[in-house]
Design a binder for this molecule. Structure first.
Ligand code: SIN
Ligand code: FE
Length: 290
């Protein structure tokens, strides 16, 4: 059974029909990737110069945009190029907003849109520490930004101008990942997470759930045997396609590709249709005394 749930829609201006909306919410909460091979986010001809990876600040792997500020981070370019890029990223934010509303209207009043990201560099061959290496299977969990159980929903569009697919590996279901790695994880040191917060090293308090998720993330990436032998599927996301996935739940690795736009959306567990499928509930169930 594939991890891909296909939708043939070609535009983001109209809602999906009611059956497809049901199929979408069920699939995404069960850890599937909603794939829209015929849905493209287009750049204008005059914007294509922004695709040059030189626009990335040294050492940065993406440029991020926050529509609430609004500001760009990680770009080095002239003011007019920065202005064009900001407009492009804002348009992608609007595109994602409409798409989420039309595909997953169940979430409407509970979504919180966060950063937009532009990734103009080729992934393959990039050198980083293993914890930052997204070519290794992982679930998303970030050391400085605990999410305390809130879901991470992401919209991606491959905007390659030369037809290059983005290649991912998608691993086993979250429950299998958690069952494998949780037994290796120690409880945190008393007071450590409180200190991290007080020192400003985490944006909010790292809950026990965040501790487990971060450890699962790190242990998955550190285990090279697991990387090779875990059940997995290779997926090619074609140029000019779009997909949506809950990356805190779906084990994923980005192997190659260039030119991606991504929008992060947060969703509280209470806004889910099937909250018992959330990583939070799964971790809670697997770590509570029998
Ligand atoms: C990731 O979320 O791990 C990377 C996804 C991508 O850049 O394709
Ligand atoms: Fe990731």
């Amino acid at each position: 059974m594939s991890v891909i749930e296909l939708f043939d829609t070609t535009n983001w201006h109209n809602p999906l029909n009611a059956d497809d909306q049901q199929r979408a919410v069920k699939a995404i909460e069960n850890g599937k990737v909603l794939y829209f091979p015929n849905l493209s986010f287009y750049l204008d001809e005059a914007e294509t110069f922004l695709l040059d990876p030189q626009i990335l600040m040294k050492g940065a792997k993406n440029i991020s945009y926050d529509y609430r500020q609004p500001q760009l981070k990680g770009a080095v370019c002239q003011a007019d190029a920065a202005h064009s890029l900001q407009e492009l990223m804002h348009r992608f934010f609007n595109f994602s907003q409409q798409l989420v509303d039309h595909v997953l209207p169940y979430y409407h009043s509970n979504t919180c849109f966060a950063r937009t990201s532009f990734r103009p560099a080729e992934i393959e061959g990039r050198v980083t520490s293993y914890k930052k290496d997204d070519t290794r299977l992982h679930v998303d969990a970030f050391p400085a930004t605990p999410n305390q159980g809130t879901r991470i929903l992401r919209v991606f569009s491959n905007v390659s101008p030369v037809g290059k697919p983005r290649i991912w590996r998608v691993g086993e279901p979250f429950e299998a990942v958690a069952k494998r790695f949780l037994p290796q994880i120690k409880k945190p040191f008393p007071g450590a997470r409180w200190a991290l917060h007080k020192l400003g090293l985490t944006k909010s308090y790292r809950t026990l759930y965040d501790h487990y998720m971060l450890q699962i993330h790190d242990k998955m990436k550190a285990d090279l045997t697991y990387q090779k032998t875990a059940n997995q599927e290779k997926i090619e996301f074609a140029a000019e396609s779009t997909w949506m996935v809950m990356t805190d739940h779906v084990s994923h690795a980005a192997m190659s590709g260039q030119h991606l736009l991504e929008q992060t959306i947060h969703l509280p567990i209470s806004g889910m249709k099937y909250p018992e499928l959330s990583p939070f509930r799964i971790v809670e169930r697997l770590t509570s005394p029998q």
